[in-house]
Every structure is written in structure tokens, then in C-alpha cells.
Design a protein around this ligand. Structure first.
Ligand code: SPD
Length: 277
């Protein structure tokens, strides 16, 4: 038996993976970084004891964070990703040939280095000439950047503790809104209403105040133990149901989870959440 690695959530839930070995363990200026080789999920990135992504199931999360925004935004020429140091989100962004430039702002350069070395199957687009990687604080970037607006902004953070805490508040969302084209789309991972109901609701309601409209959408990521995961789509003008069919259809040749049916179905709100949404 064993060894096992357990993620413990708020002293209420424990989710464990049997590991073959620890491939990397180190402390950066921001957090503890580990790469585990596991029986079920292959290689897994763990930050401060929380499972982030795995070789086996990362596509559920990354495709759903990226493609609802990228298949509905009228223009997808310029894209900003905040967080996402494993490279999965930017890989999905750069699948779209209409993208001319993409900026990824990751606070922890050590996460990028470790993932490039140990999770190369996830980060397959690091050398794409359209990509600029900025190692720095996404909150400061959003506050200070003086650049042409982005067509799509994607927020790929950890849970709202530690280095990601500042990525969940209204002033940061307002700074992102300033950087977003008037017809742009913002999307972010918005946690699970099963374990983090208030955080989830707060994200949706705050984005509605900031951008006018926000729609949570639902799915599952096998590595995240609550069963239900959410992302939230927000835009001043774009409705997530208005798919650009040609873009979505082209993607379906390569995506492993995302397709047009899943895009539309993911926007259905469970009854228990309807009154609070
Ligand atoms: N509970 C874990 C939430 C992690 C969300 N971000 C994952 C990053 C994958 N690129």
C-alpha cells in the first residue's frame, strides 16, 4: 500500500492519490511546488498542497476555461491570460489561428520552469512566436498596463488563498475591465459551489456589477474532488449562447472535451442555484 498524497480541504474533505514517486519538490518565493507521478492521473502539479492539474485530465479544465470565450468573442486577435503557469490555458488559446498576440502573466516563474521541464505534454505552446510571457504580478499588471485593449481576458488562478487571493476581488476585476475591449469577453475559473458556494456566488455577482453581465457555466474536472466545477463568462455585449459556429466546429477536430453541445449545455443552471443567481 501507498505511498499516498492527500489534498485536504478546510479540514472537512480529504482526496488522495496513490503516487509512484515525487518528481519535484521545491519552495518558490510564492508557494510550495510539487510534481507527483501518480497511478491514476499521470504527472500532477500540486501548489501549496492543492491539486492543480494533471496530464490525464487537464483538458477538461483548460478547454472549458478557454473555448466558450474564444468561440463567442467577435474578435480574438489579442488575448491576455493571467496565471496559467502550467501552459495548458495558453496552449488552447493558441489553437485559434485568428490570435495574433497573446500575453501570459504568471506571478511565479518557478512554476513555469518546473512545468516546462516536467509537464511538457501540457505546455506545448511555449515556443509559439505569438506568445509573450511576463513573469510578474497579474494584479499589478492589470492595474498598471497601458496597452491596446484585449479581445479576450482569461483568468487561470489557484483557489483564493496565497498568491492568488488578489485575483478574486472587485478592484482587480475593474482593472481587467479597463483592459478589455468594449466587445471583449472575460472568463475565469470560479471554483465549486459544492465546497465554496460563497466564493462562487461572489465571483458571479461581482462580475455582473463590473461588466454588466456574467454567466457561470458548469462541468467537472476529475482531479477536483467536489465533482462540480465552474467557470464564469462575463461581457458587456457578448452572449455566451451566440456561438460562432465555424470557429467551434473547427476546434472539434482537436478538442477532447469541448464541443458545441457541451458549450451550450454547460450554461444550464442547477435548480438549487437559480434563486441565488
Ligand atoms: N482547486 C484547484 C483549483 C485550481 C484552478 N487552477 C488550475 C490551474 C490549471 N491551469
Amino acid at each position: 500500500m501507498g505511498p499516498w498524497y492527500d489534498e485536504v480541504f478546510a479540514d472537512r474533505v480529504r482526496f488522495g492519490l496513490k503516487i509512484r514517486r515525487v518528481l519535484y519538490s521545491g519552495q518558490s518565493d510564492h508557494q510550495k511546488i510539487e510534481i507527483l507521478d501518480t497511478e491514476q492521473f499521470g504527472r500532477v502539479l500540486v501548489l501549496d498542497g492543492v491539486f492543480m492539474t494533471s496530464e490525464a485530465d487537464e483538458y477538461f479544465y483548460h478547454e472549458m476555461l478557454v473555448h466558450p470565450a474564444m468561440t463567442t468573442a467577435p474578435r480574438i486577435r489579442r488575448v491576455l491570460v493571467i496565471g496559467g503557469g502550467d501552459g495548458g490555458t495558453i496552449r488552447e488559446v493558441l489553437r485559434h489561428p485568428e490570435v495574433e498576440s497573446a500575453v501570459l502573466v504568471e506571478i511565479d516563474g518557478q512554476v513555469v520552469e518546473v512545468c516546462r521541464q516536467h509537464l511538457a505534454s501540457i505546455g506545448t505552446a511555449w515556443d509559439d512566436p505569438r506568445l509573450e510571457v511576463v513573469i510578474g504580478d497579474g494584479v499589478a499588471f492589470a492595474r498598471e498596463a497601458d496597452v491596446e485593449p484585449f479581445d479576450v481576458i482569461l483568468l487561470d488562478g489557484c483557489d483564493p488563498v496565497g498568491p492568488s487571493e488578489g485575483l478574486f476581488n472587485e478592484s482587480f476585476f475593474r482593472d481587467c475591465a479597463r483592459l478589455l475591449h468594449p466587445d471583449g469577453v472575460f472568463a475565469m475559473q470560479s471554483e465549486t459551489p459544492v465546497f465554496m458556494r460563497e466564493v462562487f456566488l461572489d465571483i458571479v455577482h461581482t462580475l455582473r456589477r463590473v461588466l454588466g453581465h456574467a454567466w457561470p457555466y458548469f462541468g467537472s474536472v476529475p482531479l477536483y474532488s467536489a465533482g462540480m466545477w465552474t467557470w464564469t463568462f462575463a461581457s458587456r455585449t457578448v452572449d455566451p449562447l451566440d456561438l460562432i459556429d465555424e470557429r467551434a466546429q473547427r476546434l472539434e477536430a482537436v478538442t477532447r472535451y469541448y464541443n458545441r453541445e457541451i458549450h451550450l449545455a454547460s450554461l444550464a443552471v442547477p435548480n438549487a442555484l437559480k434563486p441565488v443567481l
